[in-house]
Write a new protein. Sequence first.
Length: 311
Amino acid sequence: MKKKEKLVATGAYAGLRGAYAAMFTPIDRKGRVDTETIGRIVEYGLANGLRGFYLTGSTGGWFLLSPEERVTVWKATAKAVNGRCPLIAHVGATRTDESVALAKAAADAGMDWVSSIAPPVFGGGFEGVYRHYKAVSEATDLPFMVYSIGSEIVPERDIRFFDLKNVKGMKYTGRDYYAAQAMKLDLDRRKETVWFAGCDEQLLCALALKDVFAGGIGTTYNIIPRHFSEICRLAEANDFHSAAKFQEEANKVVRLMIESPNWSYRKAMMKFIGIDCGPYRAPYAALTSAEERSFFRQFAALGIVARNQAL
């Protein structure tokens, strides 16, 4: 409990800065969560400057996992990290009561923060989202991070989320930085909060606002963690020229990663660097041997990532 208190008590949330991987959930050949590979992802990320991990979010395939499997991921990651960095557990679900139960399980599993998207499918508009966040944020004493993705920020409306108990941060996977800055500046007059940028390809753009985003959380951070940790470090040192070189290379990886709607290509990038996370579960398809070989050639041709560099 002392570690959690320290993370939320120090100025500017000092424990929450820099680059965080939205961790892939590795799946073994039998279709189970691969807890051993979770440890390898953690070690590779920390060795290359990551400051923490965001678990069972969109990249982690929360919508393809059972609640029990999500808890398995949290416990395995907490064991692998062993207190070396903060862990944020995404507990979003279609039903609010399931998110509440998951938030309680995340606290028991040793997570430092909980986070949630708005209720997917039919969330009941802003008031429905507000009710959802209220119930989830009040379920534990952990700080809560709003996960904004796929919807616009309306500062005068959305600032209400931060009146809720334990709502202390936001993962903003959007591109309206003007609206984000407006809401964050208004919040700064009232309370301390911490925000992370969620668009990998625009991390440097977000960090250029300086007082808005403390860092970034993203998918590509698993694959090329050093690029994103350096972008954060250099931006904090006001060396945006050097940071831009890392962002340019990272964007080449992002562009290749998102070419196919089959997310299994994203995990294939991890196999290329030496950490086999398996494919995404159905309805996504596993890659054929021919598809994998062709993709690996494209990845290698970028000249950015070496085969088996994580070994």
